[in-house]
Design a binder for this molecule. Structure first.
Ligand SMILES: Nc1ncnc2c1ncn2[C@@H]1O[C@H](COP(=O)(O)OP(=O)(O)OP(=O)(O)O)[C@@H](O)[C@H]1O
Ligand SMILES: [Mg+2]
Length: 252
């Protein structure tokens, strides 16, 4: 298997706090890697450092064999990495369709005309199930559609690596199932995907491997089934109630 993304000793400090602390991980080409960990574990900071929104305090980020450590966000994006934001930041005065078209314009093949970008946007909106809201303003969307818009913007950049920061938070079970199907179908199309999520069921369903962050550090890594029954993980993250249910064979 080829490694698409690799971090080596990646660290990000805020004052005296190591939000990301000596994290070395690999993401294999065309795999789905789930990141879990309690609130404040460093998941979003990890994405921010990988994508150039924050400079690392130490360590390296290698994408597709190239050292991209400390590169600017737009350079990382142009190399083929796109991400969603946990707190969505759409352009409020543009329509949903126009917001997505901007993603297409700024992707790797960014000599796209406005017309071509709008066509791309229509395709992506269809794929994420947001076509009916194409002419709405982002502020009019319910939470589930706001999440879809984030995903659509990232997809419109035609990335090779997609980093999803809690795109299922606040979704209903049926909507989570749709997201799971979508992630699987994107993987089938050749994408490599990092999924940060608190929704355990979804992480276990889509991930080829799961990485657990705890207080900035990589606490554990392994296949979903192993991680779900790892005592350290259960203690750090899932809590005793979950552990009890897993041991009793129930659905977490
Ligand atoms: N810009 C910042 N300045 C100072 N501290 C920060 C900053 N960004 C994050 N932190 C701190 O770094 C730690 C990790 O935060 P981060 O947002 O990466 O966690 P997370 O795993 O994404 O949590 P959540 O599940 O709540 O989204 C937290 O203690 C947070 O308060
Ligand atoms: Mg976060």
């Amino acid at each position: 298997m080829t490694t698409l993304l690799e971090t080596d000793g990646l660290t990000r400090r805020f004052g005296g706090l190591d939000a990301v602390s000596d994290v070395s991980v690999t993401v294999e080409q065309n795999s789905v890697v789930g990141f879990i960990g309690p609130n404040g574990a460093g998941k979003t900071t990890f994405i921010n450092v990988v994508t150039g929104f924050l400079k690392p305090s130490a360590g390296r980020v290698v994408f597709d064999g190239n050292d991209v450590t400390g590169n600017r966000p737009w350079d990382v994006a142009r190399a083929g990495v796109s991400r969603t934001f946990q707190i969505a930041k759409p352009f409020r005065d543009l329509t949903v369709r126009e917001n997505v078209a901007l993603g297409s314009m700024f992707g790797p093949g960014n000599s796209r005309s406005v017309a071509a970008s709008l066509t791309d946007a229509d395709e992506v909106l269809e794929r994420v199930g947001l076509s009916e809201r194409a002419e709405a303003r982002p502020g009019e969307l319910p939470i589930a559609d706001t999440k879809r818009l984030e995903l659509a913007k990232a997809l419109a950049m035609k990335p090779r690596l997609l980093l999803l920061d809690e795109v299922m938070a606040g979704l209903r079970p049926a909507e989570i199932d749709n997201s799971i199907d979508l992630i699987r179908s994107l993987q089938k199309d050749g994408l490599t995907i990092v999924v940060i999520e608190h929704v355990m069921k979804a992480i276990l369903a889509v991930s080829d491997k799961v990485i657990v962050l705890h207080e900035g550090k990589r606490l554990a890594e392994g296949p979903p089934k192993e991680i779900a029954s790892d005592d350290r993980v259960i203690e750090a993250y899932l809590g005793e109630r979950y552990a009890k249910r897993v041991k009793e064979g129930g659905d977490a």
